[in-house]
Every structure is written in structure tokens, then in C-alpha cells.
Ligand binder design. Structure first.
Ligand code: HEC
Ligand code: HEC
Length: 270
């Protein structure tokens, strides 16, 4: 018996050949599968009465932590210069007024007094103190005007390292985390980018232009609307990846089961 034949008869040879074949097939599938898009899935200064009303609201609900003139205290940072966009983001998402100091202020249901008017007034007040990023217009955040596929690319380049996939979010250090993005409104998504809440960096207009921000909003909102087919979604990383995993795991199990059955039979015949 020469060495090759001996090698072929080795009990592990079948497995080696199979693994090789599966590997090749998997690789081929990845190359052949189409990389579909789904695979990854003004209040500039504020009216004078808004500012006055905002100041009153601020004194009642915010000054205990941020100071009577928003200069900051040991319980909260100064808000001079954070801009109307930061106030709109923090208050409309329920983060502020903060209830329980912790590693991070989470999104929560808004306080009963919070509505469009009170948010506009508070924002106008803070804007009047030191400027800062303003609230985007409806036009700037309209998902229908954005390009989803460009937005997807930008999202993958700038956001997934923290947020993973739109519906997932991810843990950061020291008890902080990047939340899932399936609740934020288009306006809040824009504001998060221009104000960089807490551990999130600021993506100003020279890093990501306003048009690109709108593309990303179109992508984030678009992903939410795609139906989830159910089952274990692997974070909805997309049909290609999910398909490959199901296919390779499934076929491998079947093949191993077949080998096991025939191996038993052969033993019985001997
Ligand atoms: C119990 C204390 C507390 C109260 C009350 C509170 N805040 Fe805050 N606020 C904080 C802390 C602490 C931070 C910074 C850390 C964080 O964002 O979690 C913060 C951050 C903010 C920021 C973000 C600042 C930035 O740099 O982007 C804004 C805007 C803000 N607060 C607005 C408000 C407004 C408006 C109110 C009242 C409606 C309010 N806060 C009430 C404690 C408080
Ligand atoms: C370094 C990590 C990091 C990166 C990169 C990052 N984020 Fe964030 N993001 C966070 C953290 C942390 C929070 C939570 C802040 C808070 O709760 O105040 C957050 C919050 C948000 C929120 C608010 C979600 C909600 O439910 O209120 C939105 C929207 C958001 N990010 C969008 C983005 C987009 C779009 C990008 C890419 C341009 C991005 N983030 C990049 C860390 C990150």
C-alpha cells in the first residue's frame, strides 16, 4: 500500500476532505452572493418672551444641578454654549431633567410639563446665554430626502464601532453604553451628532455635512421599517451573513450525522 492510499484510508481523512469542501463552498458563496444594500444592514436666538419663559422653567427644573445662571454646579455641567440643539435633544428624549445620577443619563418618558412649547422656551433661554448648535429644521432631518445607501456607508464608517447595528447598541467602558437607535426621532439623531451627548463624539458639519447627516437619518429610520423575519436575527446584520451561518452550520451537522451513521454500520458489518 503506498502512502497516499494509506492516507486516504486514515479514519480522519473523510472529515478533512469534507471540511475542505465546505470551506471552499462557503468561500464561493461569499464571493457569489450579491452585496445587497440590505446586507448591513429655529430656534436660532428665540423670541424674547420664549427666553423669559425659558428662564423661569430653567430656574424651577434645572437650576438645582446646572446653577441659577446655567453656570454649572457640582451636580451638573455648565450649559453656557451647549446650544438649543443640546437642550432639545436632552429634554425631548427624557434624559433631562435628570432623575437619578448614574454613569449615564438614560432615555426615559418625558416629565408631564415637557411639551413642544416648554422645550422651545428652555432651548431659547440656553441659546441666548452663549450660542451653540441650533435645532435642525424639518427639511434638514426629513428621511424622505436622504439617500439610504450613502447613509448606510456613513453609518458603517462612523457609528457601528459603538452602536453596532441600529437595533442593538453596545457597551462602552465604565458602565456607559451606546443605546440602540430604534427610538430616536430624526431630529434627535441629527442633534446627537451635532452635540455629542456624553461619551459620544461630536460629528460637526466639516466631518459629516448636513446632507450626509440626512442620508444617515434615512438609513437609520429605513432599517427600522424593514420587517424582521423572526428567529434569532444575529443583530440583523443582514440576510447574506445570516444565510451563510444557517447554511454552513446546518449542512455541517447533517454531513457529520451521515458520517456517524455510516461509520456505525461499517463497524456492525465487520
Ligand atoms: C439632578 C441633576 C440635574 C437636573 C435636575 C438637570 N440636569 Fe441636565 N445634566 C445633569 C448632568 C449630571 C449632566 C451631564 C452628564 C449627563 O449628560 O448625563 C447634564 C447634562 C445636560 C445637558 C447636556 C450638556 C452638554 O454638554 O451637551 C443639557 C443640555 C442639560 N443637562 C439640560 C438640562 C435641562 C434643560 C434641565 C431642566 C429641564 C436639566 N438639565 C436638569 C444633571 C441635571
Ligand atoms: C464613541 C462611541 C459612539 C460613536 C462613535 C457614536 N455614538 Fe451615538 N451614542 C453614544 C453614546 C454613549 C450615547 C448615549 C449618550 C446619552 O445617553 O446621553 C449615544 C447616543 C446616540 C443617540 C441617542 C439615542 C437615543 O435613543 O436617544 C443617537 C441618535 C446616536 N447616538 C447616533 C449616532 C450616530 C448617527 C453616530 C455616527 C455618526 C454615532 N451615534 C456615533 C456613543 C457613540
Amino acid at each position: 500500500m503506498n502512502r497516499i492510499t494509506a492516507g486516504r484510508r486514515h479514519p480522519l481523512a473523510r472529515y478533512a476532505v469534507l471540511l475542505l469542501a465546505l470551506g471552499l463552498l462557503g468561500g464561493f458563496y461569499t464571493l457569489a452572493a450579491p452585496t445587497s444594500e440590505r446586507a448591513d444592514a429655529a430656534i436660532a436666538s428665540g423670541r424674547a418672551d420664549d427666553v423669559a419663559e425659558g428662564k423661569k422653567l430653567f430656574e424651577q427644573s434645572c437650576s438645582s444641578c446646572h446653577g441659577l445662571n446655567a453656570e454649572g454646579t457640582k451636580n451638573g455641567p455648565t450649559l453656557v454654549g451647549v446650544g438649543a440643539a443640546a437642550v432639545d435633544f436632552q429634554v425631548s428624549s427624557g434624559r433631562m431633567p435628570l432623575a437619578n445620577p448614574g454613569a449615564q443619563a438614560p432615555r426615559k418618558p418625558t416629565a408631564p410639563w415637557v411639551n413642544e412649547d416648554t422645550i422651545r422656551q428652555l432651548s431659547a433661554y440656553i441659546q441666548s446665554l452663549g450660542g451653540g448648535p441650533t435645532v435642525p429644521t424639518d427639511e434638514q432631518v426629513d428621511p424622505a430626502k436622504g439617500d439610504k445607501s450613502k447613509g448606510g456607508e456613513l453609518f458603517r464608517a462612523n457609528c457601528i464601532q459603538c452602536h453596532n447595528f441600529v437595533g442593538a447598541g453596545g457597551a462602552l467602558t465604565q458602565g456607559k453604553y451606546a443605546p440602540p437607535l430604534n427610538e430616536a426621532t430624526p431630529k434627535q439623531i441629527y442633534e446627537a451628532m451635532i452635540t455629542g451627548p456624553q461619551a459620544m463624539p461630536v460629528f460637526n458639519d466639516s466631518i459629516i455635512t448636513p446632507d450626509q447627516k440626512r442620508d444617515m437619518i434615512a438609513y437609520i429610520v429605513g432599517v427600522r421599517e424593514e420587517p424582521n423575519p423572526g428567529g434569532a436575527g444575529l443583530g440583523r446584520i443582514g440576510p447574506v451573513t445570516e444565510g451563510i451561518v444557517a447554511w454552513i452550520v446546518g449542512i455541517s451537522l447533517l454531513v457529520l450525522a451521515a458520517i456517524w451513521i455510516t461509520a456505525k454500520k461499517r463497524q456492525a458489518h465487520q
